[in-house]
Write a protein that binds this ligand. Structure first.
Ligand code: MG
Length: 266
């Protein structure tokens, strides 16, 4: 009787071990759900105060994406048959959060991009919820799909460093914090090399970015690990040409503005 119980116990135990093993295999396969796992909090990039701004006007060969007049070069990301519906007044675009992301009508590959942005002086909120927007150098789908250079009020506003202004979102912190204070205009000058793909969809060469904020180098030929993701690891997915997209972030803070946007195809 004792031997029989012992055997029965062993069988039950080994069964439990197998099922526990299966459970952990399954857990391993489940997609990541915790956004905090890809946050990096140190080292904090040093603050560099930019010199007096010299905003760069579009050169002769640029495609002007916004010259202060209208959104004729832009459509709604959610419905690309619809014109972009952000607010244009006094020569600037202000994000309309109820209308979602907007993107260029044209598709691009490699380019130089100039764009100016301003966090409003009356901005409230903290961390990622303070003047959040973003510039997607390539929009590879709806929503926030693509490759985001972060726009945020990072002037005396702490957040994970790979999510502050000038970061390649959740991949690279900026080399320095070159932010101006809310209420002042800032510029990004970006050189973007699109990723290249093989016929079978595999990656041939990664995307690269060099970027300046207010004339200061913040990304130096950084090699992207894939599309920027809020949750989980970046991966690449084949595309050829893509729109440039601006983010209407869902946070509750006051919307920011853009002006003087132009691109030179390379
Ligand atoms: Mg953003």
């Amino acid at each position: 009787m004792q031997i029989k119980n012992f055997l029965l116990g062993s069988i039950l135990l080994s069964g439990l071990t197998v099922s526990a093993q299966r459970k952990s295999d399954t857990a391993f396969m489940l997609p990541e759900t915790d956004p905090a796992k890809t946050e990096v909090w140190s080292p904090v990039p040093p603050v560099v105060t930019p010199a007096e701004e010299t905003f760069v006007k579009a050169p002769s060969d640029a495609i002007v994406l916004f010259d202060g007049k209208n959104l004729a070069e832009w459509v709604s990301t959610a419905d690309q048959t619809k014109m972009a519906e952000w607010d244009v007044a006094n020569g600037i675009i202000t994000v309309n959060k109820t209308k979602g992301n907007i993107q260029t009508k044209r598709a691009f590959k490699d380019f130089q991009l100039h764009i100016e942005w301003r966090v409003p002086a009356n901005i409230t909120g903290s961390g990622q919820g303070r003047g959040n927007s973003g510039i997607f150098l390539a929009s590879t789908g709806g929503g926030d799909a693509g490759y985001e250079l972060q726009v945020l009020d990072s002037y005396n506003n702490s957040t994970y460093v790979n999510g502050q202004a000038g970061s390649i979102y959740k991949q690279y912190a900026p080399l320095v914090n070159a932010c101006r204070k809310p209420g002042e205009w800032q510029s990004y000058d970006i050189a973007w090399t699109a990723p290249r793909f093989n016929d079978d969809g595999s990656l041939k060469s990664p995307a690269r970015i060099t970027a300046f904020q207010n004339g200061i180098l913040i990304q130096n030929n950084a090699e992207l690990k894939g599309e920027t993701r809020y949750i989980g690891q970046p991966t690449y997915s084949k595309y050829d040409r893509a729109a440039i997209k601006l983010q209407a972030h869902g946070d509750k803070s006051e919307p920011l503005s853009f002006r003087n946007i132009w691109v030179r195809e390379l």
